[in-house]
Design a protein around this ligand. Structure first.
Ligand code: HEM
Length: 509
């Protein structure tokens, strides 16, 4: 009897298990995929929030606001929630988690948050912008059109063209400085902004402007103001209720961008458009834009208007590079030892080939290391992503619509990854054989489908400009001027630290 009972029990158990498995299988089949993805996930932990402003108060504690991320990470782990005003955000830390966002789940996170402030710059629609738009077929087209120009292959005509444009402007910079009666207090940022703008103008649009041309000066100033603006966080991005208080500021932003647009249209685009003959072989980026925009039956919304926005956007890259170079020079002004090592490399290249060009990059590893070291200190998670669906990172649930900060600042300042990370030391990027070495956890330009479109231009223009400047001059501080270069931030105000410049001559070997 006992045997029969236990056999029956077993039979019952087997039948019940089978039914249960069947039901679960059915349940899994009918559940939406997102629910299945969400199974076993945990909610992102968060520090204590204040009413209305959420966690914004925490960001205000430090000079570099991202520093607070380290503090929270130590308590809550590497993926945590921060509600910045009314904007739900998640901060993602650590190389593997950042890779999960930009590579493994790149499609889940390829959108951008909407900040009204930035919409002002692009006729009220962030999707006109290269960096602040959501992912779309249009963005794919724009990135593809740009690639040949911003990542020129070393054997291509584009590369030779860039080299030529750059050399012309570098000569112009040194002629300008040499022509100055007093080099005791030089506004290098202003000089470099004009030259870098002309590298971009001649490379992308086959035209350049005199540094004395008033409209060009105004154009450069407007771009630099825009660059400063987009690099600064603002409470109105997170607290829409404050918008009425910013109406004057928004008007100012709109005025900058409409003046930039007017310059591009009247000084470049309109004439090129009128002269364009379909079928002509494109020479520069403007040709490529016109060629693409005039193709009939496009299904990606790419037209002359979006083409002009892309052109403006990419020309604005000159301001990013100039600010970066001036910040680097700010780091070097009190470091004659670093200047001397760049000068040694530059002198050797100039002795061999007369001037520094793009092809000399492999011969100047220390100068490149200086570029890397400055990038390490000033790069930041200023361009956030946005989850376009319910998803996860490292097992933490990320609801659709969450703004995602990829915390490269902490990655670049981690005491576990870098020796003495607060210290400026280009040597950390040079290996025992004297060659440049880039650790995988150094990601100033991010990666994946929304990675920086300008990083090669940053690297090429920076090492050439810094090398050429230091081959001709030694930089010294101007008395009573502070050279505290802001970290975790790319921009400097338009008027910033000047330099004392002492001409030098090529050292004989
Ligand atoms: C030191 C200078 C620069 C740094 C550190 C930098 C860094 C970055 C970073 C971190 C992103 C966001 C990547 C992501 O969302 O995952 C980005 C996006 C972008 N950058 Fe740069 N950038 C620099 C200069 C430039 C320049 C000079 C240009 C243009 C010539 C440029 C063009 C872009 C564009 C178009 C995007 C948006 C790409 C997209 O969303 O599809 N950047 N940059």
């Amino acid at each position: 009897m006992e045997f029969v009972f236990s056999s029956l029990t077993y039979l019952l158990l087997i039948v019940l298990t089978a039914v249960l498995l069947f039901l679960i299988r059915d349940e899994l089949k009918t559940k939406p995929v997102d629910d299945v993805v969400n199974m076993g996930l945990v909610d992102a932990p968060a520090p204590k929030a204040w009413p209305i402003i959420g966690h914004l108060y925490l960001m205000a504690r430090y000079k570099v606001p991202y520093r607070v991320f380290d503090e929270i990470m130590a308590d809550l782990g590497s993926v945590f929630r921060m509600d910045l005003g009314s904007v739900p955000c998640v901060v993602v830390n650590g190389l593997n988690n950042i890779r999960e966002v930009i590579m493994i789940k790149g499609d889940h996170f390829d959108s951008r948050p909407s900040f009204r402030r930035f919409n002002q710059l692009f006729k009220g629609d962030k999707n006109n912008s290269l960096a602040f738009c959501d992912w779309s077929q249009l963005q794919k087209t724009r990135r593809e059109l740009l690639r040949a120009h911003t990542f020129p292959n070393a054997t291509s005509n584009m590369y030779a063209r860039l080299d030529k444009c750059l050399k012309t402007e570098l000569t112009e910079i040194t002629d300008t400085i040499d022509g100055m009666a007093d080099t005791g207090c030089v506004d290098l940022k202003n000089i470099l902004l004009h030259s870098c703008a002309n590298v971009f103008m001649s490379y992308f649009c086959s035209t350049r402007f005199s540094r004395t041309y008033g409209r060009f000066r105004e154009f450069i100033r407007n771009f630099d103001d825009v660059f400063y603006e987009v690099n600064m966080g603002s409470p109105c991005d997170f607290l829409p209720g404050l918008t009425p208080l910013y109406s004057w500021h928004f008007r100012k932003i709109r005025a900058w961008s409409s003046k930039i647009r007017e310059f591009m249209e009247t000084e470049i685009f309109n004439a090129r458009k009128a002269a364009w003959t379909p079928g002509t072989k494109p020479v520069d980026f403007v040709d490529n834009l016109l060629d693409a925009a005039m193709q009939p039956d496009r299904d990606d919304r790419f037209d002359l208007d979006t083409g002009l926005f892309s052109l403006e956007d990419i020309i604005g890259g000159h301001s990013a590079i100039t600010n970066f170079i001036v910040k680097t020079l700010g780091f070097l002004v009190d470091r004659p030892d670093v200047q001397r090592r760049i000068q040694e490399e530059a002198d050797a290249v100039i002795r061999a080939s007369g001037s520094i060009g793009l092809a000399d990059r492999p011969h100047m590893p220390y100068t490149e290391a200086v570029v890397y070291e400055s990038l390490r200190l000033i790069a930041s998670p200023i361009v956030p992503h946005l989850a376009n669906r319910d998803t996860s990172v490292d097992g933490v649930r990320i609801p659709k619509g969450t703004t995602v900060f990829l915390n490269n600042y902490s990655l670049h300042m981690s005491t576990e990854l870098w020796t003495n990370p607060e210290h400026y030391s280009p040597e950390r990027f040079i290996n025992a054989e004297g060659r440049l070495e880039k650790p995988e956890y150094f990601i100033p330009f991010s990666g994946g489908k929304r990675s920086c479109m300008g990083y090669k231009l940053v690297q090429l223009l920076s090492f050439c400009t810094i090398g050429t400047l230091l081959s001709k001059y030694t930089l010294m501080p101007v008395e009573d001027v502070s050279y505290a270069v802001p970290k975790g931030n790319l921009a400097l105000p338009f008027v910033t630290f000047p330099f004392r410049i002492r001409p030098r001559s090529l050292k004989k070997q």
